[in-house]
Write a protein that binds this ligand. Structure first.
Ligand SMILES: [Zn+2]
Ligand SMILES: [Zn+2]
Length: 369
């Protein structure tokens, strides 16, 4: 039989376990950020220091003059210095250049490219005998250099399969859209497009976020769609301040959306609710599609603010905003805990035990009266 103090102890255990279960569900990517703001940036750009056609100064100037707040310079196997660039173009909370490198390893006809964002030093490209071995070594070296990896253009030269991408450890980001005209974002010839790749990987239980990038090389032929020009794909990141660490930590939390031209007025993402408010342009119309496990279309909305409240069987929820002229935004996935499994039944069982103890205690008290 339990005395009063034992009962109180059990009640506290039940209460704390129940709170822990609810707390785990309530965590959101946005919750960790204080006074966040949105910053538009491009995480993949080349200069004359590799195969770009313009100086770092001209490249940075283009982005500074076209409404971006940050730019990562990612030359192939070269760490372009940014100190002078930030002295010239950087401005507090207005514009920032972030150092980076596109770690570039060949494997036969394949091109295995991994961006290292904000690496502290140059990373030497790995050599190896398999796609997965090389990708993993480059990801690990980027992490060792204090950087954040993102795996680039999987369908460029049809280099990286879904299964290979799925198996890379310690990597949270991949390019769901790359603006280079030869990267095969949409797949073809039996090879899946990158959104389909994303859903297969997410459905396997691996959480991956999708970035959109320019991979800009060519600044001297504006308007030519057959060259890798700037301004085609970007990310909007919700971060506490315009600082390299704050930006890349927010990106690794999934607190951003990727875009080829759609802007959002508001975005709220949690396991309880995904709510998207598009910033409309007058001549366009929009569809917001919510997608779950297996790439299943969960719902579609044409309302100015689109909302989806998960039921518990989705696995994950991500969303895309389709604009009537072909522009798009990708909202990052959130994992949906299955209803009726895991911590909830445990909390329910412990709750019943606590209730039984209360009734037992009361009946004992009544007998002693
Ligand atoms: Zn590349
Ligand atoms: Zn590139």
């Amino acid at each position: 039989m339990l005395n009063d103090s034992a009962f109180r102890c059990c009640f506290l255990v039940v209460a704390s376990l129940t709170c822990a279960a609810l707390g785990a569900q309530a965590q959101t990517p946005a919750a960790a950020t204080a006074k966040p703001r949105w910053y538009k940036g491009n995480t993949h750009t080349h200069t004359l220091n590799s195969d770009g056609d313009s100086t770092p100064d001209d490249v940075v100037r283009w982005y500074r003059e076209h409404g971006y707040q940050f730019l990562v310079l990612t030359d192939h196997n070269f760490l372009t210095s940014i100190d002078g660039l930030n002295a010239l173009h950087g401005a507090d909370e207005k514009f920032l250049v972030v150092k980076g490198e596109e770690v570039t390893s060949p494997l036969g006809e394949k091109a295995l490219h991994v961006n290292g964002l904000d690496v502290s030093r140059k990373v030497d490209p790995a050599i190896g005998s398999s796609v997965l071995e090389i990708l993993q070594r480059n990801v690990d070296e980027i992490r060792a250099a204090g950087g954040v990896p993102h795996i680039n253009h999987p369908n460029f030269r049809w280099s990286i399969t879904t299964d290979e991408l799925r198996q890379v450890r310690n990597n949270k980001l991949f390019e769901v859209y790359n603006g280079h005209p030869q990267v095969n974002n949409l797949g073809g010839g039996g090879v899946p497009g990158l959104e389909e790749v994303w859903d297969v990987i997410l459905s396997s239980g691996v959480l991956l976020y999708g970035v959109a990038v320019d991979d800009a090389h060519t600044f001297k032929q504006p308007g030519n769609p057959n060259v890798a020009g700037p301004g085609r794909g970007w990310v909007a990141v919700r971060a506490a301040r315009l600082d390299p660490r704050a930006l890349i930590e927010a990106i690794e939390r999934g607190d951003f959306y990727a875009s080829t031209g759609v802007e959002l007025d508001d975005l709220q993402v949690s396991a309880q609710r995904v709510q998207i408010t598009v910033k409309p342009v007058p001549w366009s119309k929009y569809r917001v599609q919510f997608i779950g496990k297996g790439g299943r279309l969960l719902s579609e909305s044409t309302e100015p603010t689109a909302t989806y409240e998960p039921k518990g069987n989705e696995g994950y929820v991500r969303a895309r905003v389709l604009e009537s002229n072909g522009r798009q935004a990708w909202i990052q996935p959130v994992v949906i805990p299955a209803r009726g499994s895991g911590a909830e039944p445990l909390a329910a069982i412990l709750g019943v035990v606590a209730l039984a103890m209360v009734l037992g205690f009361r009946s004992r008290s009544a007998r002693h009266d």
